[in-house]
Write a new protein. Structure first.
Length: 295
């Protein structure tokens, strides 16, 4: 049956495969929704996301991007620590993101997330660099791949039988024209935590270094969240660990969006569609630069 026309203040949520997002976005606007909560990355390409932005502006539809790490505790703690070392030499900020795929699951992962790791898993970290450090394609001074850490593979998708090439893990450091030194490490199969311990499942952390000293390393999950995640995992053992890990942050995002709509205001800490466009541009720019250094 056809979806009834939306009336008044109505927010639709798009949490689909990336390839389907532009179609649903257009249909939702045509249906009369006043706002859209759009999951990352929003579209397969920058061009498509820019077209979506133009249609939303022409239709006066507000769009919120689902970058949950804007409100995540370990990121907030890292950013607060960074302010305390302002002006110190050798200052840098690091973001690490681990998924919990097994090696024999990577072919399915590559196929299902065919847009690639930078536009999928690591898009959250790139959005943070854009939002809080102004790291856009116009402010890149240098990009250096971590050739020891990184891995680029071509694997067969189990459903299609077609080859898919992507990073199974990637590490790189960006220097910006404004003087920021920013490192991102993303690993589909988890890996080593600070201090040499091995990560068991999904894990993320931020780190602040200055003057050769680590001033902050905020890890997610912390002890309190570990207990919550363990309880949720016991109830739903088949779910990917990051579903349990990031559940509350997504609730925070959606509550802020709904409250802002009702108040006629802009929600605190929520990425705009322009942030999404700049982030996707950064991903598309970084991919060939990193491949060139690694292959």
């Amino acid at each position: 049956a056809a979806m009834p026309k939306a009336e008044g203040k109505k927010m639709a949520m798009i949490c689909t495969r990336t390839a389907d997002m532009p179609k649903y976005f257009s249909e939702i606007i045509d249906n009369g929704c006043s706002h859209i909560f759009l999951e990352k990355p929003g579209a397969p390409t920058v061009g498509e996301l820019e077209e979506m932005s133009a249609k939303a502006k022409a239709s006066n539809v507000g769009v919120f991007m689902g970058f949950n790490k804007n409100v995540t505790k370990y990121v907030v703690k890292g950013l607060e620590a960074l302010k305390k070392v302002e002006g110190q030499p050798g200052k840098s900020f690091t973001l690490v993101h681990h998924n919990a795929y097994k090696v024999d699951e990577l072919g399915e992962c590559f196929e299902r997330n065919a847009e690639g790791l930078l536009k999928n898993m690591a898009i959250h970290e790139l959005a943070l660099l854009v939002t809080f450090f102004g790291a856009t394609v116009d402010t890149l001074k240098s990009v250096t791949a971590d050739t020891t850490y990184s891995s680029f593979q071509t694997l067969t998708g189990p459903s299609s039988g077609k080859p898919f090439s992507d990073f199974s893990k990637i590490g790189f450091t960006i220097e910006t024209t404004s003087g920021h030194t920013l490192t991102v490490k993303a690993d589909r199969c988890g890996g080593e935590m600070p201090g040499g311990a091995m990560a068991d499942g999904a894990m993320m952390y931020s780190a602040v270094d200055a003057g050769g000293v680590v001033h902050e390393r905020a890890i997610m999950p912390d002890d309190a969240l570990n207990a919550v995640v363990a309880e949720r995992a016991a109830a739903n053992p088949a779910w990917m660990p990051y579903f349990h890990l990031q559940h509350d942050d997504y609730i925070t995002l959606k509550e802020r969006c709904c409250a802002a709509i009702l108040a006629g205001a802009e929600p605190e800490g929520i990425a705009t569609l322009q942030i999404g466009i700049d982030t996707l541009k950064l991903a598309e720019t970084l991919k060939p630069m990193l491949e060139k250094q690694l292959l």
